[in-house]
Design a protein around this ligand. Sequence first.
Ligand SMILES: C[S@@+](CC[C@H](N)C(=O)[O-])C[C@H]1O[C@@H](n2cnc3c(N)ncnc32)[C@H](O)[C@@H]1O
Length: 356
Amino acid sequence: MDSPTLKQYAMNSGEGQHSYVKNSSYQRGVVDVAKSIIEEEIAKKLDKQVVSCMNSFCIADYGCSTGHNSFPVMKIITQAITKKISTEADSKNEFFVFFNDNVTNDFNTLFRSLSVLPEYNSYYNAVGLPGDFHNRLLPKSSLHFAYCAWSLHWLKEAPTTISNKGALLYSGNRKDQVYDAYLYQFSKDLGSFLDARAHELVNGGLMTLIIPTVPSFWDPQKEYTLTCDVNLVGSCIIDMAKKGIIDEAKVDAFNLPFYLATPEELKTIIDNNNNYSIERLEILNNPGMHTLPSVSARAAFFRAVMEKLIADQFGSEIIDELFDRYMKKLAASLILVNSDNNKTTITLIVLKRKVT
Ligand SMILES: C[S@@+](CC[C@H](N)C(=O)[O-])C[C@H]1O[C@@H](n2cnc3c(N)ncnc32)[C@H](O)[C@@H]1O
């Protein structure tokens, strides 16, 4: 299959030009795609002043979970900085890597897994950084490179000020009050993340964000996005409430804390924040979308992602039936069952902290 998957929405910083560039990497994962971009951006954009004025480098991964996807990326970043240093300065090769996630994250598993890797001690000093990444977590102007992947689409809380009876999320293709409330919450959350990192990053420090996104326009008669999958799970919860299996009042009181922005919305929020220049913004055409080939694999994936959230609200006893129903509905949907129709994208953004 040679249809392009990487639409490169390359932004020539300062000139505001956007261009789509074909790339034939159909099977590459997001980290593989991110690798070359991160290496290139560090080589080109990490300022000489940042490289030469510090004795040690601080890197942080925000929302690292138990680290399995984080470790390879932290290695890519430290190696790229080491390469850059060796061409621009001498002997500055001490790294501190901060692994952030919520306080309830399993940091024990993270450090146990890390301790058997060669990176541990040989590439960097690893530090756990528990806490909400919407708040400032590190000293002012202490961070040289920030990274955050697959985390910013989770909202701090779902909008509570809107009536959303009969649904658990905004509709993926309809712009209405519910959608506006979700966008408002997402803008607020991303804004506080950016503010917190602006305090922590040194002038000229870099930040890479990897965020699942949706295009501004897609055809709901033929196509779907991740939001539709989540809504399908929501519709099964509503069916179960109608049958009296779930308390309807609990459904009415519950919205899912999840929002998929468009790349244009991301750009607007970052521009409004005013602390960063956008060095690069690329839309990756969902490199992983064919890794869930069957209905049961997709149900297992969504179950893993959503189980705790749903069990906390409705009880764990409903989970088996819920995902059985989801599988049946998925199999019956001519559009959703075919992952070729998935229009979810991944947006990779490289930001530079402006000099203040
Ligand atoms: C889907 S996982 C992504 C894990 C990892 N970054 C990766 O690329 O595989 C999202 C992670 O973000 C974390 N997260 C979500 N909101 C957070 C917050 N406000 N502060 C810190 N971590 C958060 C979650 O706990 C979870 O571990």
